[in-house]
Design a protein around this ligand. Structure first.
Ligand code: MN
Length: 290
């Protein structure tokens, strides 16, 4: 086994609002192409931001998706989801919402009512995980993954834990079901603790520092809100916490199919995108009240 080294440590760029409830840095696409982190074709990161109290919850109104999954990971604050398949839920700190849009849904994403009323710090990651061509038109589904459902690998010497959202870490299996091999792990390290990782060299792999700062492979420092991209060479890396830290580790087998993306639709061809718009215009994504 060979060491997997860092290709680049990327600092967060300017933020923009998605609706009025998500103030995000766009890491993918933006800093990286959709292809570079395939199957992770989009990553918006709402770094910690204080939203003042309001009686009208902020968020994003009804909009469609087709061809992929949206994965929302909550670190601070609470977000509510409703979709046209009849699924809804609220996720808070440590929880994950894994929504498979596949053939098409309408959904809306808002700050949870009581959180909005009280105001507070809000911090979330939203990933879009692509689906292979054969699964793009499968049925939508929704996995609400509370923190209690997430398997945790306890690091030695009270070093902290690796929460396995998807895939596998050592003997702990992920809570989410996925269409292609995807590893998604929340690594909670106490100061001085070490965690080691091993992924196939061809898997696109990165980490995002949510809190604190870590030393990667004894050579590079990644600080809060930075995104560290690994080379597609070597398998193993380790991180050491310079202070109490939370790190999101993502690694996935590239799907390696053509990507035709426009707005909320991610398909393989231009014709499929045209079809998606047509189906949306014709009400084939169902209905959902604003
Ligand atoms: Mn959405």
């Amino acid at each position: 086994m060979k060491t997997k080294n860092i290709e680049a440590v990327i600092s967060p760029g300017p933020t923009h609002f998605v609706g009025d409830g998500f103030k995000v840095h766009s890491y993918i696409p933006g800093r990286l192409s959709m292809q570079r982190m395939d199957p992770f074709i989009m990553m918006d990161y709402n770094s910690k931001f204080y939203f003042p109290p309001t009686d009208k919850p902020r968020g994003v109104g009804v909009h469609p998706h087709r061809g992929f999954e949206t994965v929302t990971i909550a670190y601070k604050g609470k977000v509510a989801h409703h979709d046209s398949s009849g699924n809804s839920g609220v996720i808070g700190e440590g929880d994950v919402q894994w929504m498979t849009a596949a053939s098409g849904i309408l959904h809306k994403e808002y700050h949870e009512k009581n959180f909005a009323k009280a105001g507070g710090d809000f911090q979330m990651v939203q990933l879009w995980v692509n689906l292979p061509s054969k699964d793009k038109m499968s049925n939508p589904k929704y996995q609400e993954i509370t923190n209690a459902m997430i398997g945790k690998y306890q690091l030695p010497n009270n070093g902290g834990a690796v929460e396995v959202i998807a895939g596998q870490y050592k003997d702990v299996k992920g809570a989410a079901s996925t269409f292609t091999p995807v590893h998604l792990q929340n690594v909670k390290l106490n100061k001085g603790a070490t965690a080691d990782f091993s992924f196939p060299s061809n898997y696109n792999t990165a980490l995002v520092v949510i809190e604190g700062s870590v030393m990667v492979n004894d050579s590079e420092i990644a600080r809060a809100n930075q995104f560290a991209l690994f080379k597609n060479d070597g398998e193993e890396f380790k991180i050491v916490a310079n202070e109490d830290s939370i790190v999101l580790v993502l690694s996935g087998e590239p799907i390696n199919e053509p990507i035709a993306a426009y707005g909320p639709f991610v398909m393989n061809t231009q014709a499929e995108l045209v079809q998606a718009f047509g189906d949306f215009e014709n009400g084939k994504f169902g209905s959902l009240e604003d």
